[in-house]
Every structure is written in structure tokens, then in C-alpha cells.
Design a protein around this ligand. Structure first.
Ligand SMILES: Cc1cc2nc3c(=O)[nH]c(=O)nc-3n(C[C@H](O)[C@H](O)[C@H](O)COP(=O)(O)O)c2cc1C
Length: 162
């Protein structure tokens, strides 16, 4: 991504895409017609640990925003890293109507650290097997954050400022 680029998408409550800006279309390689209604995991890269998406959805379901480093895959098989800020869209009665994601260029120095962390999480998932995968990688993440004395959000924002 370039410094001034912003990738935007919106989803319904089930993570189906309801909107994507032209930068999203360009990075993902989608046509607008094909994109609407598609599950957002269509850009999920196999290097992304399930434990990250568990934290992601738990945070959103608490009606909180999340900042996350995410590696995405394009239709042509190439990848792009983003720093995503995802927020729940609330109505006047505080009901969640959908979700909104704004992504910008991640700090390349942050990605050296995050890609190693995610690799360790993924490896814990593979060793644990499907049923215990999320628990195993969440443990790796918690241990990493404990050593740093940070929450995931604090880690993300401090790495972005490196
Ligand atoms: C607004 C919004 C944006 C999302 N953006 C991405 C994204 O860029 N990349 C991604 O892999 N998952 C994204 N997700 C999460 C996916 O919906 C999905 O949970 C994730 O890809 C993991 O796939 P799985 O749920 O099939 O395991 C987004 C979800 C929401 C609600």
C-alpha cells in the first residue's frame, strides 16, 4: 500500500460484504458485482492464524473497535498486509447494524515482528489440531503480550509507531 491509500469495506452482521471502495477492489482483484454479498473471508490469507480472528470477532461482538495487522490474499494469489481498524456500526438504540473496516499501510518494521508472531501462532494451531487450534494460538498470543506487558491493541499501535 502507499502512504495515502485507504482500503474501505463494510459488511452486514454475518461478515458479508455490502460495500468496498475502489482501492479495495483494486487490491482484492474483485469486480464490484462479484464482491457484494461475498463473505469477507474471501480475502483471508492461509498465513493468518484463526486465533487472530477469534480476538477480532470477540472484540466486535463486545461492540468495541479493533486495530489489527492482517495479511490478505488477492484473486491472483498475491498478498498485501494492512493495518485494519474495524468498528461496529450502531443504530440509535445501540444495536449493531454491521461493520466497517478502514485499512491503511502498515509500518514495515511492525510486520517483521507481527509475521513472526503469526507464524508461531499458526504453528501452534497446526500442532494442536483443528479442535484445539484457537486455544493453542491464543495462548501463544497471550504469552507474547504478557512478556510485552501490553494488550493486543497497545502492541499494534506501538508497533505502528516504531
Ligand atoms: C468489516 C470486516 C472486515 C473484514 N476484513 C477482513 C480482511 O480484510 N481480511 C480477512 O481475512 N478477514 C476479514 N474479516 C473477517 C472475515 O469475516 C473472517 O472472519 C476471517 O477472514 C476468517 O475467516 P473464517 O471466519 O472463515 O475463519 C473482516 C470482517 C469484517 C466484519
Amino acid at each position: 500500500m502507499k502512504n495515502d491509500e485507504i482500503i474501505v469495506s463494510k459488511t452486514d452482521l454475518k461478515g458479508r460484504i455490502t460495500y468496498g471502495n475502489s482501492t479495495f477492489l483494486r487490491f482484492s482483484g474483485f469486480d464490484e458485482v462479484d464482491m457484494i454479498g461475498t463473505q469477507h473471508n474471501v480475502v483471508r490469507h492461509p498465513d493468518m492464524p484463526r486465533g487472530v480472528f477469534k480476538l477480532f470477532w470477540d472484540t466486535l461482538q463486545n461492540k468495541e473497535e479493533i486495530f489489527a495487522y492482517v495479511k490478505n490474499i488477492s484473486q491472483d494469489g498475491s498478498f498485501y498486509w494492512v493495518l485494519a481498524n474495524v468498528t461496529p456500526s450502531l443504530d440509535d438504540n445501540d444495536n449493531v447494524m454491521g461493520y466497517y473496516s478502514v485499512r491503511r499501510k502498515p509500518n514495515p518494521r511492525a510486520l517483521q515482528i507481527v509475521s513472526t508472531l503469526y507464524r508461531d501462532m499458526l504453528s501452534a494451531e497446526r500442532n494442536a489440531g483443528s479442535r484445539d487450534a484457537i486455544g493453542a494460538s491464543t495462548q501463544v498470543l497471550h504469552q507474547f503480550l504478557k512478556e510485552k506487558g501490553q494488550t493486543y491493541e497497545q502492541m499494534v499501535l506501538s508497533l505502528q509507531a516504531l
